[in-house]
Design a binder for this molecule. Structure first.
Ligand SMILES: Nc1nc2c(c(=O)[nH]1)N[C@H]1C(S)=C(S)[C@@H](COP(=O)(O)OP(=O)(O)OC[C@H]3O[C@@H](n4cnc5c(=O)[nH]c(N)nc54)[C@H](O)[C@@H]3O)O[C@H]1N2
Ligand SMILES: Nc1nc2c(c(=O)[nH]1)N[C@H]1C(S)=C(S)[C@@H](COP(=O)(O)OP(=O)(O)OC[C@H]3O[C@@H](n4cnc5c(=O)[nH]c(N)nc54)[C@H](O)[C@@H]3O)O[C@H]1N2
Ligand SMILES: [Mo]
Length: 767
């Protein structure tokens, strides 16, 4: 029924380029989604599976964290890329012990991430002992013993690192952090450290909570929606439906992006018949901004808004809101009035007309939402940029009222929930105290390592055990060469995974692969009772998710089971936490969640509500700001932007339309017109000429950093593309070797993956 996984790896010489697409979704999207699904799962499993995505009794789409509509759900509540995410997980291809016997580690290390991922679902726990050339099968119990023995043998619990990727459901996240804190460390780095950490840092200090303040319904009440640093057509396709509905209610959408992303400029809703035939332009205005120019944009707009207030006093600044609910306004006003618009124009690459037009729109709007994603967060001044976006909303009173607010659009489907459940290296004292009193443990108080610090700790020999709850740490993190050396220096690396990836191949002295159930899989307790998990979306809605597919192997265990069984082995039967009970009945976990996590009282009942329930958000619910001042804080920041050094380019590393982070679904970036390959670098035509190249040339890309280390990726094809002068774009994870570990956002320690200074050199063929 299903095709075999590709036997051959990527042949980049087959790459071809066509003009970028004018419209996203539509018929092609539906076709592509179904083809991909049928190829992986066969017809029957496809039909059964896709019908349950994001439905009330179904499972939460493992694609993105965009919320489900609160009212009537359409029969197909998923998108092309959601379907690909599901197919990737629900595939019938398998990676068995025979596969590992056939392929040595050395051989697998030569394969691309694409090839590894396409081989199928992992079926058995596997071990690689010192000196082994191949992984071999291991019993679950023996695997737990091996991990527990190694952990107990460490000089300090802080020598172990416990990573989490954002697919992990709430119940797993809760027991996982409980295990880690019971063991005695806060070393809980997660994918969020590389993702929306900057949003969390900015929003916590500005409004007292690191989460977005809008709900899905606010989109229909908004007059202006700014979408900055985000490519929803690819990464949050269902957001386009929300934007389209917002437009039907009269909203204006402004796209702020260095690239004219297809979804924002045109969209055909595949879920309506009309959408299949006629498309609409989502963005009413497109500000093609220079990389890193957003802080300047927000400051420039603030200046213009203050000037508009001078012309018509009392119409722009929401005095009542500012006086009642904010702190620091006078200083902010003073600083914004002093902003030099010429610098703003240079930093953004925009025209004065564009700036004024946008300011006029914002000045008139009675309800404004600002949405953003990685284009803003993965910048050295990402935190300050998000604070400026928030300032702009605060001065107009645009928080805590219908149709207005901050909207960081999250990535992984449960990345926000994981944080709520305690996956963070620096959870507050209130949380730790509640956890301790619920379970009779003593959580450590010292903050743990985030992702970047975890890599440093391994590299310097201060950490020796790495456990990954999902994800693909080696490929997702920056500075690939250094990170690989860091992991290879570990005594033990353990990956709890669904699919094969590079983190299984770049390993410590001893390595374990623990295969687990995914979102779509039926999860039965040892007594045969169906278990359900819960997740939180980007807008703080929590609901159940139930997998129904028969797992590809009877050896797979749920993430919760793996955590609880490991804990049992590590802590023994006398431990105060009832690990066996938590494993056997997730309701017991939820009961504890209800007592430990604020806003989760009565969790078991509320999560079973048809639409789930919404977690509290004081600014949204009551214009209450639990910050240091007790008010919303206007942040005051000196302007930062990214001048381009001469003869150099600033490179952003982003996603193609055919990948999920490090999981590569296929080799086409349909919307951008790239086919059959991924090693491309998109550069402005004038820069290609100015740098002495011709479109189609093969180049090496070398990043420049203060440490003088030469970081290089080779054999990339130059593609002429619409991006501001001095800016370039290429796909992650192929370009992660270029991102220096120390090149991070201030105050969030997030790798600045959208701001790498590079030079291009002709690629010399070596054979
Ligand atoms: N299909 C699919 N869905 C996904 C993912 C996936 O890989 N595939 N990943 C998930 C995850 S974990 C995340 S975090 C999200 C990521 O969602 P996005 O943030 O949309 O992902 P990126 O591909 O990194 O795109 C960054 C966008 O910001 C723009 N940009 C870059 N630098 C700047 C800048 O300085 N200023 C401005 N204004 N724009 C800039 C880029 O041109 C691009 O459009 O998607 C989630 N959903
Ligand atoms: N240069 C650059 N680097 C980046 C980014 C960028 O834009 N540019 N983006 C960053 C961002 S936003 C993020 S979120 C990170 C992503 O970092 P990660 O979350 O670590 O990476 P993923 O590629 O999403 O992880 C994929 C792997 O997760 C496993 N998996 C999938 N589903 C499940 C499951 O249900 N359970 C378990 N246990 N395992 C599962 C599979 O084995 C799969 O191979 O990358 C970051 N890195
Ligand atoms: Mo992310």
């Amino acid at each position: 029924m299903h095709r075999n996984a590709p036997a051959r790896d990527i042949d980049e010489s087959k790459v071809s380029i066509t003009p970028p697409k004018q419209q996203a979704a539509g018929v092609t999207a539906v076709t592509v989604a179904l083809e991909r699904a049928v190829e992986e799962m066969g017809v029957v499993r496809t039909a059964r599976t896709l019908a349950r995505v994001n439905q009330r009794h179904g499972f939460d789409c493992p694609g993105c964290a965009w919320p489900e509509p609160t009212g009537r759900r359409r029969p197909a509540e998923f998108c092309e890329n959601g379907a690909k995410a599901v197919a990737e997980e629900a595939t019938l291809r398998t990676v068995t012990p025979e596969f590992f016997a056939r392929h040595s580690i050395a051989e697998l290390a030569e394969k691309s991430g694409y090839w590894l991922g396409q081989q199928g679902r992992l079926t058995h726990p596997m071990v690689l002992r010192p000196g082994d050339t191949h992984y071999s099968p291991i019993d679950w119990d023996e695997a737990y013993r091996l991990i527990a023995d190694t952990l107990r043998g460490l000089d300090s619990p802080d020598e172990a690192l416990f990573y989490t990727s954002g697919r992990t459901a709430n119940e797993t996240a809760f027991v996982y952090q409980l295990l880690v804190r019971s063991f005695g460390t806060n070393n809980l780095p997660d994918c969020s450290n590389m993702c929306h950490e900057s949003s969390g840092a900015a929003l916590s200090s500005s409004i007292g909570i690191g989460k977005g303040s809008v709900t899905i319904d606010d989109f229909s009440a908004a007059e202006v929606i700014v979408v900055a640093g985000q490519n929803p057509g690819t990464n949050h396709p269902r957001m386009l439906s929300a934007l389209q509905q917002a437009k039907e209610h009269g909203a204006q959408v402004i796209a702020v992006n260095p690239l004219p992303e297809t979804g924002l400029l045109g969209f055909r809703d595949p879920q309506t018949v009309r959408g299949l035939t006629t498309g609409i332009a989502i963005a009413d205005d497109f500000l093609q901004i220079r990389l890193g120019g957003d802080m300047a944009l927000f400051q420039g707009l603030a200046k213009l808004l203050f000037e508009a207030e001078d012309v018509a006093p009392g119409t722009v600044v929401d005095r009542a809101f500012v006086d009642a609910h904010t702190a620091g306004f006078a200083e902010y006003e003073k600083q914004m009035r002093a902003v030099d618009l010429d610098v703003v124009l240079e930093a953004t690459g925009l025209t004065r007309e564009q700036l004024e037009r946008t300011a006029r729109l914002l000045a008139r709007s009675r309800s404004t939402i600002i949405c953003w994603a990685m284009g803003l967060t993965q910048q050295v001044h990402g935190v300050a940029t998000i604070e400026e976006a928030t300032n702009l909303l605060l001065m107009r009173g645009m928080i805590g009222k219908p149709g207005a607010g901050v909207c960081p659009v999250r990535g992984h489907s449960n990345v926000q929930g994981d944080r709520t459940m305690g996956i963070w290296e620096k959870m507050p004292e209130t949380f730790l105290a509640a956890l301790d009193s619920e379970f009779g443990i003593t959580s450590p108080r010292e903050h743990g390592h985030d992702t970047v610090d975890a890599i440093r700790a391994m590299h310097e020999g201060r950490a020796r055990v790495f456990l990954g709850m999902g994800g693909n740490f080696v490929s997702a993190t920056p500075d690939t060469e250094l990170t690989e050396a860091a992991l290879r220096g570990c005594a033990l690396t353990v990956q709890v995974s669904t699919k094969l990836n590079r983190s299984h191949v770049v390993h410590g002295q001893t390595a374990l692969i623990l295969p687990t159930l995914g979102r779509t899989d039926l999860d039965l307790s040892p007594a045969g009772v169906k278990q359900q998990v819960s997740v939180e979306d980007s807008m703080s809605m929590v609901h159940l998710s139930t997998g129904r597919l028969t797992p590809v192997s009877d050896q797979l265990r749920s993430e919760v089971a793996i955590v609880c069984e490991l804990a049992r082995e590590l802590f023994g039967a006398d431990h105060p936490v009832p690990w066996a009970r938590l494993r056997d009945d997730y309701d017991a976990i939820r009961d504890s969640i209800s007592r430990v996590i604020p806003g989760c009282a009565d969790y078991n009942a509320k999560v079973r509500d048809r639409n789930g329930f919404q977690l509290p958000h004081p600014p949204r619910d009551a214009r209450e700001f639990r910050t240091s001042t007790g008010k919303a804080n206007f942040a005051v920041n000196d302007l930062r932007w990214l001048p381009v050094p001469s003869g150099r380019l600033i490179l952003q590393t982003l996603r193609s339309h055919d990948q999920y982070n490090t999981t590569i679904y296929g080799l086409d970036d349909r919307y951008r017109g790239i086919h059959n390959g991924r090693r491309v670098v998109l550069v402005n035509a004038e820069d290609i000429t100015a740098l002495g190249f011709t479109e189609g040339d093969l180049v090496d890309v070398i990043s420049e950093w203060t440490d003088g280390v030469e970081r290089k990726v080779t054999g990339f094809r130059l593609v002429s593309y619409s991006t501001p002068r001095g800016n370039a774009a290429a796909y992650y994870p192929e370009t992660n070797p270029l991102v220096p570990l120390d090149h991070v956002a201030e105050r969030s320690n997030t790798p600045a993956s959208k701001a790498v200074t590079v030079r291009l050199e002709p690629h010399v063929h070596t054979r």
